[in-house]
Each structure stands twice: as structure tokens, then as C-alpha cells.
Design a protein around this ligand. Structure first.
Ligand code: ADQ
Length: 517
């Protein structure tokens, strides 16, 4: 079997590049190396004319097939439909969802062109794994061209309830293209249930267990919670704590010898950054005894800066941090520091380990890898406390974190107080369970489990933790009761072989006349 991965953005490794620890890109690359494979997707660049063919470039055992977009495709497919319609919709943000027929037509057009470029590169035994919401209709386009290979999809972000998804014009057409996949992987069972309900409600599919049938096609919808490379991250953190904190030790900022609360996110409205800053302000107002003792470091590199909502968030986060610092700060203490740049994984790992508390409080998130990275980076003898939004997919697995509702500023503020006061014995108890969960459902587990299901192997039902004693980081003393297995469970299911005869894209006309947003 050869593995073909398709994702929106593909970065070709530089010659001699040392692969950074952790991350989805690394996991996919290693799965591709294991099976020998092809990685297809957008180069990230634009060119004047759409490409009519792609020549793969071999790098080690992996071939990379990259194509540019035209500027108009980037605007409509990427910035428009993917990021201004699907992203907010999938994150339950109907008020921010902007639909334009022109963008939708551009989105379908890029998926169609990707199918046309990819098809000649495929071999009969290839297993195809397509990633994320940019490429929902790609399998349907490939089927339309006669591709009968096994095709899987993984959705990295949440899937909303059918009533929310139905607000998207052409929602039935778009969701019906999902049945062109053999296996649809979601982050949580909630997402899997929402998608299956949507297929039933919006396109009349029939559902039996985790199989959804429409016309002659049948897709398995199953939860595969994504993980991280725990061991690599743990090592990074242990090695880099000193290097990471050295430059800021002498400052008056949050790291100046004080307790540290940390937030790390792309600057995105789904991550709840502004609400988190407000919650930290509430904590300091309600508990003045902590003033001068603790600071919040929020690392938030800007993303999707071409989209107006992101530019507005950029401005608002500065404004809120400035207001709170002015109201609550002292000449020798700045309560909040917002840093808008990306850091190396080494530096992040060190900062996570240095922080007594992590605030991972998205308003809605598919999984949230920062929550898992924070746990992996902790000193097993003196771990910090994870405060986690109940609306992050990670909360389904990480019940031993302090689970909060990010819409409730007061609750988050109280959780900060509880975390800072938590006795070591309780921190250890929670940490051991969290660490056992993330290490037994790490990125290698996720990749192999998904690919086993896609290749038609039996994936055991029940708890998502593989048999055996959960691993703890070196040096951890177990505190009392043994770590219990992760709570999330993954439904049992085997994908069926693809048929040729269902054509959801052709079933409904494409949107025609472009219109303004
Ligand atoms: P994202 O929305 O990007 O991913 P997340 O899961 O938190 O969110 O991953 C972010 C990654 O970027 C983490 O590995 C983090 O360390 C890194 N990062 C963030 N800020 C950084 C900074 N300043 N410098 C360097 N690195 C930084 C989407 C979904 C998630 C899902 C993932 C994977 O939205 O819900 O968990 O895909 O499926």
C-alpha cells in the first residue's frame, strides 16, 4: 500500500533540514516515509495561471506534489469560503459567517482542479488521506473522475449541530459530498454525532451505528482524537527551560521571578484570547493579594491577517491588555504581556514548563494541541495546572484539568485562583492521569489507528487507550491510585469499499452567478 496525503498547505522540507519535534506535519511525514508516499497540496504561493499538471519532487522516501493557486483562487477558496464561511460556521459562530456564491464557486473550483491534478499521479493500490475543511468535496471530485481507491478524511476542527450547519447556503450539497469518503475521522464523538446527524437531516442519509449510507455509498464516521509527540516534547521541555526563560528573567514583565500563567494560541477569535485577558483582569480585581505576584504571558502570533475579523482581534487584544495593565499594573509589575510572534518549539516547551498555570480557554476548538503540549512539558516532580475550556475537544479526554466555561469570566478567574493555590499532592495526582492519557493516545497512536481503520483493519471498540500500563514520564512517583484510562472512546467500525455510482457534486447544480460578500 502507498499512502497519499492531501492537505491544503504543504511545505517541502529544505535539503538537510532537521525535522522539528512534534506537530502534525512531522507525524504525516513519518507515516508517509513508513509507507512510501506522496504528499499533494498547495505550495502557499500564487501564480498568474492555474497549473494544468504537477511533477512530484522526491525527498527521501516521500514525493511532494505542490501546486500554486491563482490570486483569485486564494481569495475565494482560501480566504473567502474556507476562512470566512466554513471556519466560523464550524466553530458555531454564525454571526461571523460570511457566505458568497463567488467564494463557494472558487472553493469548488480549486477542489475540482486538485482532483484533476492528483488523479494522474494515483496508483490502483494507493490509500488516500485528505485533511481538513478546505478539501471537503475533494473525494467526490475524485470519484467523479472514476477513482475507486480507499479515501479517508480527517476533520481537524469541530463539526456543528445540523441546525447550525444548515445556515450555510448549499449546506445539503456540501455535506452530501462527505459520503464519497470511506472513512471520516473527527476529533470527538460529539463532532462525529453532529456530522452523522447532519447527513441524515440535510441529505436524507440512513445511519446504522457509525455507518452512514446515501445512495450506493457508505461512509464510516468515527472519532480519532489527535495527539502530540509526547516523548519528544517532554525531552525538549526538560532540556530547554533555562534557555527559554533567561532573556526575560530580568524584566518587569510576568516572568520577572514571579508566578507565571501562560496562554499560547494563534491569534484567532475561536481561541478566546480577549475573554481570557478579561478573566485574568477579573482574577486580579477579585483577589488583590495576588497582584504583583503573578503575571499572564499570552503568546499569540497573528494568523490570516488578510481577513478583517483577525485584524480586529489583533487591535482588540492590544486594547484590552493595555487597559488592564494601565488599571492594575504597578511601576515595577506589568500583569499582562501579549507577545505576537511565533517561538521555536524549544522555547515554547521551556516556557510551558516554567509556567505554574496554562490557560487553554478556546470558545470552541477541534482538539487543541497546546493543552497536550503543556502537560507533556511539565516537571513530573512539580507539575503545573492546566485550565481547559469545556469546548475544546481535548476536554473530552483531559477531565483531570480544571474544566471551565470560557464564556463565564468569573468561573475562569476563580479557576486561576484555585490553580495557583493547588497543593502539590493534588497537582501530582491530576498530572499523572493527564500524562498517562496523552502518552497513550499520542500522535503515533493516532496515525496508526486512523490508517489501520482506513486500510480496512479491525480497530478495537471501547476505550481509546491501547492495552498496557499507561506511561508516565521518567522520575514520576505515582501518587496513590493507578492512572485510569482516557475517557474518550472510539467507535468500532470498518470502512467499506468505494463504489463509483454516487455523484453528490453532480446531483445539485453549482452556484452560478458570483455575487458580492
Ligand atoms: P490550530 O487551530 O492551529 O489547529 P492547536 O491545536 O492549538 O490549534 O495547534 C496550534 C499549534 O501551533 C501548537 O502545536 C502550538 O504549539 C503551535 N503554536 C501556537 N502558537 C505558537 C507560537 N507563538 N509559536 C510557535 N508555535 C505556536 C487545528 C485545530 C485544533 C487541532 C489541530 C490539530 O483548530 O483544534 O488540535 O488543528 O488537529
Amino acid at each position: 500500500m502507498r499512502l497519499v496525503v492531501v492537505s491544503n498547505r504543504v511545505t517541502m522540507p529544505e535539503r538537510g533540514e532537521k525535522v522539528a519535534a512534534g506537530g502534525l506535519a512531522v507525524a504525516l511525514r513519518s507515516a508517509l516515509e513508513q509507507h512510501g508516499g506522496l504528499w499533494f497540496g498547495w505550495s502557499g504561493a500564487t501564480s498568474a495561471e492555474p497549473a494544468t499538471s504537477v511533477s512530484p519532487v522526491k525527498h527521501g522516501k516521500v514525493s511532494y506534489a505542490l501546486t500554486d493557486l491563482t490570486e483569485s483562487e486564494r481569495q475565494s477558496y482560501y480566504l473567502g469560503f474556507a476562512n470566512r464561511a466554513l471556519w466560523p460556521l464550524m466553530h458555531y459562530r454564525l454571526g461571523l459567517t460570511e457566505f458568497s456564491r463567488a467564494d463557494y464557486a472558487g472553493y469548488l473550483g480549486v477542489n475540482r482542479r486538485f482532483a484533476r491534478l492528483l488523479q494522474p499521479l494515483l496508483k490502483p493500490d494507493d490509500v488516500i488521506w485528505i485533511h481538513d475543511y478546505h478539501l471537503i468535496p475533494l473525494a467526490a471530485e475524485l470519484r467523479r473522475r472514476g477513482v475507486t481507491n480507499r479515501i479517508g478524511y480527517f476533520h481537524h476542527i469541530p463539526w456543528p449541530p445540523a441546525e447550525v450547519f444548515a445556515a450555510l447556503p448549499f449546506s445539503s450539497t456540501l455535506i452530501s459530498t462527505m459520503t464519497a469518503y470511506d472513512l471520516i475521522g473527527m476529533q470527538t464523538q460529539n463532532d462525529a454525532r453532529n456530522l452523522a446527524d447532519g447527513l441524515v437531516t440535510l441529505c436524507g442519509a440512513r445511519r446504522e451505528g457509525n455507518r452512514v449510507r446515501a445512495g450506493q455509498r457508505e461512509a464510516v464516521v468515527q472519532a480519532f482524537p489527535i495527539g502530540i509527540d509526547v516523548e519528544a516534547f517532554r525531552k525538549l521541555a526538560a532540556a530547554s527551560v533555562r534557555a527559554a526563560t533567561q532573556p526575560v528573567r530580568a524584566t518587569t514583565g510576568p516572568l520577572g521571578g514571579r508566578k507565571l500563567v501562560i496562554g499560547v494560541d494563534r491569534l484567532d477569535y475561536s481561541k478566546g484570547i480577549v475573554q481570557r485577558l478579561e478573566a485574568f483582569g477579573t482574577f486580579l480585581r477579585n483577589h488583590p493579594e495576588h497582584r504583583g505576584e503573578v503575571g499572564l504571558l499570552q503568546i499569540a502570533p497573528p494568523s490570516r491577517t488578510d481577513v478583517p475579523e483577525y485584524a480586529e482581534l489583533d487591535r482588540l487584544s492590544d486594547e484590552v491588555a493595555g487597559r488592564l495593565n494601565a488599571a492594575l499594573g504597578e511601576f515595577d509589575w506589568t500583569p499582562i504581556r501579549v507577545v505576537k510572534k511565533a517561538y521555536s518549539r524549544n522555547a515554547l516547551a521551556g516556557l510551558y514548563r516554567r509556567a505554574q498555570v496554562a490557560l487553554v480557554t478556546p470558545m470552541r476548538d477541534g482538539m487543541n494541541l497546546v493543552a497536550k503540549e503543556y502537560v507533556a512539558a511539565q516537571n513530573p516532580e512539580d507539575p503545573g495546572v492546566l485550565i481547559l475550556s469545556r469546548f475544546a475537544g481535548a476536554a473530552q479526554q483531559l477531565g483531570e484539568a480544571l474544566i471551565v466555561n470560557p464564556f463565564d469570566t468569573h468561573e475562569v478567574a476563580e479557576a486561576i485562583r484555585t490553580a495557583l493555590a493547588m497543593p502539590r499532592s493534588e497537582r501530582l495526582r491530576r498530572f499523572e492521569r493527564l500524562y498517562a492519557t496523552i502518552s497513550s493516545t499520542d500522535i503515533a497512536w493516532w496515525t496508526s489507528r486512523y490508517l489501520a481503520a482506513l486500510s480496512g483493519l479491525d480497530v478495537p471498540s471501547g476505550d481509546s487507550v491501547p492495552p498496557g500500563t499507561p506511561k508516565l514520564p521518567r522520575g514520576t512517583r505515582r501518587s496513590g491510585s493507578p492512572a485510569k484510562p482516557a475517557r474518550s472512546s472510539v467507535a468500532h467500525g470498518q470502512p467499506r469499499k468505494a463504489g463509483r455510482d454516487f455523484d453528490p457534486v453532480r446531483a445539485k447544480p453549482l452556484p452560478n452567478a458570483p455575487s458580492a460578500r
